[in-house]
Design a protein around this ligand. Structure first.
Ligand code: LP5
Ligand code: MN
Length: 240
């Protein structure tokens, strides 16, 4: 049976062409081309201010993902905290299926819960407050009506505040809350969880389930998880 691949937290931007190059290598690899599915679990982009922002980066990424889906590989996308405004237009352009915040997949007989991971960090109260506000559909509609320049400026401002706040937040509140996470896994009746966001790449065996944390992509490192009938393993890009 063909494997499925999971990636997240690439944070693509014009400032880091090396990350775009890594993604293109993966999307064009024989591993991706022969996969049953590729799941992108959020934060594909550094930030996203609306599907109407046409840039060389956004267009080329959509085109490359579409090339993969045109080969018959199902590509799925879960929104992250940076790119929660990615909408149906961009997904259509990229040939990706947009998934809700939480989904349960049957992967080779293992019920697997997938999500971006930000909603599992329930000790980060300031973030959850912020999330509730920016996930308000009405506010999003108003935001999307603003000129692109203003939206980009506001997003850059939020990124600056976020970076500053992260420097003073204790590291443990920026990780998943173990009890809440275990409850979510049980609520979805899953045996395994795959998420990103915290950038702490690892395969944990804890509380009666497997929790796989995808890493962020940086310099020449791409965090790629392969799941097949033998289980889940991180694979180097060179082996893809
Ligand atoms: O992303 P990362 O890893 O740096 O930090 C996250 C949390 N931060 C965020 C913010 C994103 O980085 C930026 C999102 C840009 C979106 C652009 C579109 C805006 C659309 C608005 C639509 C209505 O998610 C960070 C977490 C961290 O993960 C770890 O989990 O801690 O959370 C924060 O830092 C949130 C702060 O605690 C609260 C932020 C308040 C922002 C106030 C902005 C004020 C702007 C005023 C402008 C006039
Ligand atoms: Mn994130």
């Amino acid at each position: 049976m063909k494997p499925a691949y999971f990636i997240s937290d690439l944070h693509l931007s014009e400032k880091h062409p090396e990350l775009t190059a890594l993604l293109l290598r993966f999307l064009r690899s024989s591993a991706a081309g022969q996969a049953r599915a590729v799941y992108i679990l959020g934060d594909l982009f550094d930030f996203w201010v609306g599907d109407d922002e046409v840039s060389e980066l956004n267009t080329s990424i959509a085109l490359e993902i579409r090339k993969l889906s045109d080969k018959g590989v199902a590509v799925f996308f879960v929104r992250g905290n940076r790119d929660f405004l990615i909408g149906r237009d961009f997904c259509r352009q990229a040939g990706m299926t947009l998934l809700p915040d939480y989904s349960v997949l049957d992967l080779f007989g293992c019920k697997t819960l997938i999500c971006h991971g930000d909603t599992l960090c329930t000790d980060d109260k300031a973030y959850l407050r912020f999330r509730r506000i920016v996930h308000c559909r009405r506010l999003q509609k108003l935001f999307l009506m603003l000129p692109l320049k203003w939206r980009t400026r506001l997003a850059a401002k939020i990124r600056r505040v976020s970076k500053m706040e992260k420097q003073v937040k204790p590291a443990d509140i920026m990780d998943v809350n173990a009890a809440f996470t275990a409850r979510q896994v049980r609520a979805f009746n899953a045996e395994r969880l795959i998420h990103g966001h915290t950038h702490r790449e690892h395969i944990h065996h804890e509380n009666g389930f497997t929790r796989i944390v995808l890493g962020d992509w940086h310099n020449d490192y791409a965090s790629i998880l392969r799941v097949d009938g033998d289980g889940a393993v991180f694979v180097p890009l060179e082996k893809c």
